[in-house]
Design a protein around this ligand. Structure first.
Ligand SMILES: *Cc1c(COP(=O)(O)O)cnc(C)c1O
Length: 379
């Protein structure tokens, strides 16, 4: 089946004797066992739940790998994977990534004696950077909030020469637009709070992995840390995923129209989207993804005030997050990336005036009109 069929049809039919077209929600926390010598597949809800298993099977199918795991948030997914590492290990990360991921590294890797480094340009990593203690490279591509693009195939080829894992946060692209395991990734994480659920009403995270041994370790961590997704949220995420492709198609179509409008507007100084920073990155994005997604960032000309601009927007609301059907705008320096020091933000290029947009499924002309009138009022 093609991807747009799988999102709808990919849930295995389990215990569906009534023929319901949507899967049931199994709320039970414990399961009856036949005898002391015969335990069934389901024991206790933290370890096994049929609704969560449905979601996990669906997600592994969408990714085209053997294993999927559902967590109570994107951060729960990421931090569970981070629990694979121990004192003395080193993890490389791209420099502009989700603020919470950086906060975990800065606070908890440090506390646990795990070394980490924010890499300026992951595309420039060489054999010399892959010292024996480097156990993983964790990246977001496109990056957040500057939408820089990292060559996944090239990175994987390098990392795998040194037994180093490639872990990718694919929240912005989803498996619909970017097929990471085909490019060499070992572990993929998602904040399913964003595009996968799509309606800004559940917090959820996912991990996908093909390797059986890695999967067994993650399964054990999931059950041990107990940061599972609830049955009800698992159900809602299955429902959200069904419309992923139609939502993302429309969001990307809107995004392209809006970027075209903004790039020509005299009050816009810069537009950052996947591939905008160089011809090389544009080529990589084209090669490894089937689109640019629906998140981009802008800077206004110095005469214009970001605050006045944001205040003047009617349709596009000021809020963190992305991937929902509604368009949002946020100010990374004070919102999503406020944990970064101002020196670090300046070094990376997250300016005080940078604004990040996440485009929804509204009518593109309405969104453009909203941006146009707000730009008029920004000076
Ligand atoms: C939101 C987000 C996260 C964190 O996910 P939560 O579901 O909020 O815990 C991680 N990575 C990226 C890229 C995100 O956008």
């Amino acid at each position: 089946m093609e991807f747009d069929s799988l999102v709808v049809q990919g849930i295995p039919a389990v215990e569906n004797e009534k023929g319901s077209v949507v899967p049931p929600i199994h709320l039970a926390t414990t399961y009856v066992q036949e005898s002391l010598s015969s335990f069934q597949e389901f024991g206790y809800g933290r370890g096994e739940n049929p609704t969560r298993f449905n979601l996990e099977a669906l997600v592994s199918q969408l990714e085209g790998v053997k294993h999927g795991f559902a967590f109570s948030s994107g951060m729960a997914a990421t931090t569970t994977v981070f629990n694979l590492f121990k004192q003395g290990d080193k993890v490389l990360l791209n420099c502009d990534l989700y603020g919470g991921t950086y906060r975990y590294a800065d606070k908890l890797f440090t506390q646990q004696g795990i070394d980490f480094e924010l890499v300026d340009d992951v595309n420039d990593l060489t054999d010399a950077d892959l010292t024996p203690n480097v156990k993983a490279i964790f990246i977001e591509t496109p990056s957040n909030p500057l939408l820089r693009v990292i060559d996944i195939q090239k990175l994987s080829d390098l990392a795998h020469r040194y037994d180093c894992l490639v872990i990718i946060d694919n929240t912005f692209m989803t498996p619909y637009l970017q097929r990471l395991f085909e490019l060499g990734a070992d572990i993929v994480v998602y904040s399913a709070t964003k595009y996968l659920s799509g309606h800004s009403d559940i917090i959820a995270g996912l991990v996908t992995v093909d390797d059986d041994d890695l999967a067994a370790e993650i399964k054990l961590l999931q059950s041990t840390l107990g940061n599972i997704l609830s049955p009800t949220d698992s159900y809602h995420l299955i429902q959200g995923i069904k419309t992923l492709t139609v939502r993302m198609d429309k969001q990307e179509e809107n995004t392209k129209k809006i970027i075209e409008f903004l790039e020509k507007h005299p009050r816009i100084a810069n537009v950052y989207y996947p591939g905008s920073s160089s011809a090389v990155e544009a080529q990589i994005q084209k090669k490894q993804a089937s689109g640019i997604g629906a998140v981009f960032s802008i800077e206004l000309v110095p005469e214009a005030s970001p605050e006045k601009f944001v205040d003047a927007l009617d349709i596009i609301n000021l809020a963190v997050s992305l991937g929902g059907v509604e368009s949002l705008i946020c100010h990374p320096a004070s919102m999503t990336h406020d944990y970064y020091s101002s020196e670090l933000r300046a070094k990376i290029g997250i300016s005080e005036g940078l604004l990040r947009l996440a485009i929804g499924i509204e009518n593109a002309d309405d969104l453009i009109k909203d941006l146009e009138q707000a730009l008029d009022k920004a000076v």
